[in-house]
Write a protein that binds this ligand. Structure first.
Ligand code: PNS
Length: 172
C-alpha cells in the first residue's frame, strides 16, 4: 500500500491543485489531501470549509486503475498546529506530493522538502504542473475575483460559487 500526502493551504482549491491530486491518485494507492495552516497566509475560507470544498471536488475524480471502490482513493483531512511530517507519520504516508509551476515554486518548495526529509526521512515528489495552470494560484485567483475578474476557468463551479459568495459577504 503506497500512500501519498498532498499538502497545501488550498484557500481555495484551484483546478491546478485538483490536477495534481488526480495525478497523484493515479500514481499511489491512496492520496490524503492535507489542509494545513500556512503561518504566512490569512484565509478567505476556514479550514473546515476548505476540506468540504475539496471533498466535493474529489468525489468527481475518475477512478484510479488500482481502485477497488470505483472512485479515486482520495481522502481529505485538516491538520493545524503540527508539522506536516507528523501528519504523514500518523496516516502512514510514504511520500509527499507537490506540484511545481516554475522556478519560484522550486525555490519555495526545496527547503521544505529537504527539511521534511531531515526530520523523518520522508521524500517529496514534485509533479510538473499542467501548462494550463502554470499561472494559477489561490492568491491570484482571489485578487482577480475580488476586483470582478473572471476566474471561472481556474475553479470548479462549486468553488467559484463559494468564492463569489464569500467576496460578496454572504453569511457562511
Ligand atoms: O499551499 P502552500 O501554502 O504552499 O502550503 C505550504 C504548507 C502548508 C504545505 C507548509 O507551510 C506546511 O507544510 N505547513 C505545515 C507546518 C510544517 O510542517 N512546517 C514546516 C515545513 S518544512
Amino acid at each position: 500500500m503506497r500512500r501519498a500526502v498532498c499538502p497545501g493551504s488550498f484557500d481555495p482549491l484551484t483546478r491546478g491543485h485538483l490536477d495534481i491530486i488526480a495525478r497523484a491518485a493515479a500514481l499511489y494507492d491512496e492520496v490524503v489531501v492535507a489542509v494545513l495552516h500556512n503561518e504566512a497566509k490569512s484565509g478567505l475560507f476556514t479550514p473546515g470549509e476548505r476540506v468540504a470544498m475539496i471533498e466535493r471536488a474529489v468525489a468527481d475524480l475518475p477512478a484510479s486503475p488500482s481502485s477497488a471502490r470505483g472512485v479515486a482513493d482520495v481522502r481529505v483531512v485538516e491538520s493545524s498546529g503540527r508539522l506536516l511530517v507528523d501528519l504523514c507519520r500518523e496516516v502512514g504516508a510514504d511520500v509527499i506530493v507537490k506540484g511545481l509551476r516554475g522556478e519560484a515554486d522550486y525555490a519555495y518548495e526545496l527547503p521544505m522538502a529537504l527539511m521534511n526529509r531531515d526530520l523523518t526521512g520522508i521524500e517529496t515528489v514534485f509533479l510538473p504542473c499542467d501548462p494550463r495552470f502554470v499561472h494559477v494560484s489561490s492568491s491570484l485567483v482571489k485578487e482577480v475575483a475580488r476586483y470582478g475578474g473572471d476566474v471561472a476557468p481556474f475553479l470548479t463551479p462549486d468553488v467559484l460559487d463559494a468564492v463569489r459568495s464569500r467576496l460578496r459577504g454572504d453569511p457562511a
